[in-house]
Design a protein around this ligand. Structure first.
Ligand code: SF4
Length: 617
């Protein structure tokens, strides 16, 4: 396979294939729909997904408030979405009400394929409907439907009602729960039991009075080489079926990583205060054995990492998705909830109300820690019932819940400077389920660097040093760390532009990616050109941060506690000097200035000339 040729466009019609070359734009204020037509050059530079989304959303959103009606929210599949096993990814892109930055949130499942099959490479929503509405996208046109009767309705009920109402369309549904309607800053967006969890895009939909989007079933665009797509699909199944790397996910779902994170010391309880040990009562096997689970897979994927659990809520038996690893951490171990059934119930509540489990667990975990430090008064104590009550209060913005609904970082600012020091977030995004202080006094500097420099904050789906968490590289060997973290971030950003799942595609080599891109689109990319797609996305995200003024500038640093607080005697903390050196090395690798902003020269080198006028140095 030749992977060294330069970019050229091939295929039967001498144009990029496997995409629709149109993006739907709906202005809810005007009640009008239009189309954007990205150029051939745009597809070559950004491919799709979050890279194309950020390219289209960056300029119109500079210095807007995320909950301002004029802000944009987009849903972008990638060029590979829908064609291969494990390539169903869709990325939500927009201004995050949690972080005030241009952020992204990734979901698997069917929704990305549905958007593409409806004839669009993305959907952008601006404006605000004057009443709660559902947007219905059909082949005959786009219309807004009154959704007043769906106010306060949980996600699964909304989905069922809309599927029945629009059964003739055989639709896919995107919806928000009551948390989104009440603009909880970490409200999620749901689709078919899958979640766009991070960034609070549910609140953005709520601020636009958009309860749901209904998308008529359609047909995917033609690819450049269908035989090659079929062959690569077979190879992907062979590369994932029964292979060691994937077997734990097949057997236990994403929660299979619980044991390994506990063993390497990156899993904590009590809001990153206590290093969790498997002897405390919950392991991967417990989760599988103590909940009644069914396996779930995205179309064609043999990894089959998702889970459905049957749980009892009073007299009622319901089915919930999960427990997933992140939820087991955030609303389980983090809050000292170790009973798998309780964790499944809390996850069910978050999904139905439409809350990001990570930021929900962070807000409540922060509260408990602040109470312990005497900074906040709260008489409720710590129990599963209290956690349920707090979740309900967050959703309804009731009492203390109203403050928690602003997210841990904003709540801490209200409490005072001491409380701010307790927050475990980067750039406003609550830290994912990985504590880089690690085990045995050996800190994971690459993981810490990835979190500190992540342009969207501590986002585990885009910035992580998996070589450390997979025990391939010691955390305290600093040579080559910054370069490896920069490269990994570019690779993950490129993968999120393609529309492929990072679990299933994460183990493939570049040849597979490049062959898949060529088979679908007809584009022949080199490894470097592919990586540049991700590099461009990183630069656009950083450019937006640089332009956002006070709200989104700087802050390439770890939460203060990672520099100062040991979870036990002999635990590691990070050196500020070493981190500062690593960050400067990282900046050089990425083509950033010493403040972490893109230089004009690096934008030009990356074919981002149209953005270079926004940079003054
Ligand atoms: S690995 Fe899991 S999330 Fe990824 S495509 Fe397969 S089933 Fe879906």
């Amino acid at each position: 396979m030749d992977v060294d040729g330069s970019i050229e466009t091939v295929g039967p019609q001498e144009r990029i294939m496997g995409v629709n070359r149109r993006v739907l734009h709906v202005d809810l204020t005007k009640g009008m729909a239009g189309e954007l037509h990205p150029s051939q050059e745009d597809y070559r530079r950004f491919l799709g997904g979050q890279a194309l989304g950020k390219h289209l959303l960056l300029r119109p959103n500079i210095r807007l408030d995320p909950l301002n009606p004029n802000s944009s929210l987009g849903f972008f599949p990638g060029p590979l979405t829908g064609y291969f096993p494990g390539s169903g990814t869709c990325v939500a892109v927009g201004l995050s009400p949690l972080t005030d930055r241009l952020g992204s949130s990734i979901s698997q499942g069917l929704i990305g394929t549905a958007i593409k099959a409806a004839g669009y490479d993305g959907i952008i929503i601006t404006g605000k409907s004057d009443h709660l509405s559902t947007m219905v996208i059909t082949r005959k046109g786009i219309f807004l439907d009154d959704a007043s009767d769906l106010a306060d309705t949980p996600n699964s009920v909304t989905e069922e009602i809309l599927k029945t109402k629009h059964s003739g369309l055989k639709p896919a549904i995107i919806s928000i729960g009551p948390a989104g309607e009440n603009q909880v800053r970490f409200a999620s967006v749901q689709s078919g039991g899958r979640t766009f969890g991070r960034q609070g895009f549910g609140a953005v939909m709520g601020s636009k009075n958009l309860k749901a989007i209904v998308i008529e079933k359609g047909k995917l665009p033609e690819v450049a080489d269908q035989k090659a797509v079929n062959r690569i699909s077979r190879e992907i199944r062979e590369m994932t079926r029964g292979v060691n790397r994937y077997t734990p996910f097949t057997v236990h779902g994403t929660a299979s990583v619980l044991d390994s994170h506990a063993r390497i010391g990156t899993l904590d309880s009590e809001y990153f205060s206590h290093q969790y040990s498997l002897t405390e009562g919950l392991s991967t096997a417990d989760l599988s054995q103590q909940t009644e689970q069914d396996h779930l897979a995205c179309p064609g994927c043999v990894v089959c990492c998702a889970r459905k659990s049957n749980i009892k809520l009073g007299e009622q038996e319901v089915t919930t998705h999960g427990p997933e690893y992140e939820s087991t951490f955030a609303i389980g171990i983090n809050l000292r909830v170790y009973n798998p059934e309780d964790i499944a119930k809390l996850e069910y509540l978050c999904d139905e109300y439409g809350l990001d489990v990570l930021s929900t667990g962070a807000a409540i975990g922060f509260l408990f820690r602040a109470v312990k430090e005497g900074l906040v008064k709260f008489d409720g104590g710590v129990s599963v019932e209290i956690i349920k009550k707090l979740i309900a209060d967050i959703v309804a913005r009731n009492g203390l819940g109203d403050q928690l609904a602003e997210g841990a970082s904003r709540f801490a600012i209200q409490v005072g400077p001491e409380a701010e020091q307790l927050v475990m977030a980067v750039k406003g995004l609550d830290m994912a389920a990985i504590d880089p202080r690690g085990k045995g006094g050996i800190p994971l500097y690459g993981t810490a660097l990835a979190f500190a420099t992540g342009p969207e904050g501590a986002h585990h789906r885009r910035s992580i040093d998996s070589r450390e968490t997979e025990n391939m590289v010691p955390g305290n060997v600093l040579e080559g760390k910054a370069a490896a973290v920069a490269r990994k971030e570019q690779q993950m950003a490129a993968m999120n532009a393609l529309g492929t799942c990072s679990w299933s595609f994460g183990g493939f080599d570049f040849e597979t990616y490049l062959a898949a891109i060529q088979a679908v689109t007809g584009l022949t990319l080199t490894v470097e050109e592919y990586r540049q797609v991700g590099h461009r996305e990183v630069m656009l995200t950083r450019l937006f941060n640089a332009l956002g003024g006070e709200k989104s500038s700087g802050e390439n640093r770890l939460p203060e506690r990672l520099y100062t607080e040991r979870r036990f005697p002999g635990d590691a903390v990070f050196s500020k000097e070493i981190m500062a050196d690593l960050i400067q090395e990282f900046n050089t690798e990425m083509g950033l200035d010493s403040a972490g902003n893109p230089t004009r020269q690096s934008l030009i080198q990356l074919d981002l000339v149209e953005y270079s006028d926004l940079i003054h140095v």
